[in-house]
Design a binder for this molecule. Structure first.
Ligand code: ADP
Ligand code: ADP
Length: 222
């Protein structure tokens, strides 16, 4: 699995240039932290990688071919947790994941759901209604739906927002656990969330790529 971003740029219809001349390659396996202040362009980059947005400049290729000609293949390989993600409060965790796996057209859904629940440590919550869960547990349900069907590319947009410091630490273990054999791209504006678990950091600001390298290299720069 490899993505190449070539002179990628995004200008919204409002005229706002959210990304400018982004060049990079993403390869599996990799746990990549996407860092940048609010408004830097993180969600825009994730929207382009999930083909939910179309670039206004440059291109993205997946395994050597244009991403936009492979939208169906991408859907099958992609797990995505958007920044604002609605959970169905009255469903139980299992019912919700069952619903999401039907939406994604996953066969052998029982096994996929069991695996996603195990990966996120939600075994004892699978029969609980989502409205009864804590903030951290709800975030884990969001991550669990992204994990359904063992995606090769996992994109998590600010998955630790609203969590207390102790929950954030637990989430770091979760990310390390789910990062094997795939690309995980994790956005945050808090460097502590990613510097210890990620093997690669990408920093963007004002739509521009400021840094792309290992956490150790970033520390040397600081
Ligand atoms: P981040 O995820 O890093 O907070 P975003 O990608 O959401 O940043 O936004 C980057 C910039 O693009 C911001 O200035 C934001 O206001 C602007 N922006 C985001 N979405 C839109 C949109 N749909 N239309 C116009 N401007 C947008
Ligand atoms: P509570 O809100 O009842 O304290 P928690 O969500 O904090 O529930 O924890 C419930 C169980 O899930 C605990 O056994 C805890 O160790 C485990 N747990 C919490 N966070 C994670 C995580 N990110 N990944 C895996 N297991 C977790």
């Amino acid at each position: 699995m490899q993505f190449t971003l070539d002179r990628l740029g995004m200008i919204y219809p409002s005229g706002k240039q959210a990304l400018k001349n982004i060049n990079m390659t993403l390869e599996a396996p990799n746990l990549i932290g996407l860092l940048g202040p609010n408004g830097a362009g993180k969600s825009t980059l994730m929207g382009l990688l999930t083909a939910g947005l179309k670039p206004s400049e440059g291109s993205i290729s997946m395994n050597g071919s244009p991403l936009l000609s492979q939208e169906k293949e991408l859907k099958a390989k992609l797990g995505y947790l958007p920044q604002t993600f609605g959970l169905f409060d009255e469903l139980t965790v299992w019912q919700f994941l069952d619903y999401m796996s039907a939406l994604k057209g996953i066969s052998a859904s029982k096994e996929a759901i069991r695996q996603a629940i195990a990966d996120t440590g939600l075994e004892d919550k699978q029969k609980s209604r989502i409205r009864t869960l804590s903030g951290g547990q709800r975030q884990r349900v969001g991550i669990a739906q992204a994990l359904l069907g063992e995606p090769e590319l996992l994109i998590l947009d600010e998955p630790t927002v609203g969590l207390d410091p102790q929950e954030r630490i637990r989430f770091r273990n979760l990310f390390s656990r789910i990062a094997q054999n795939r690309i995980v791209l994790l956005s945050t504006h808090i460097i502590e969330d990613v510097q210890s678990v990620c093997n690669r950091l990408i920093v963007i600001k004002d739509g521009m790529l400021l840094f792309n390298g290992s956490p150790e290299e970033l520390i040397l720069l600081a």
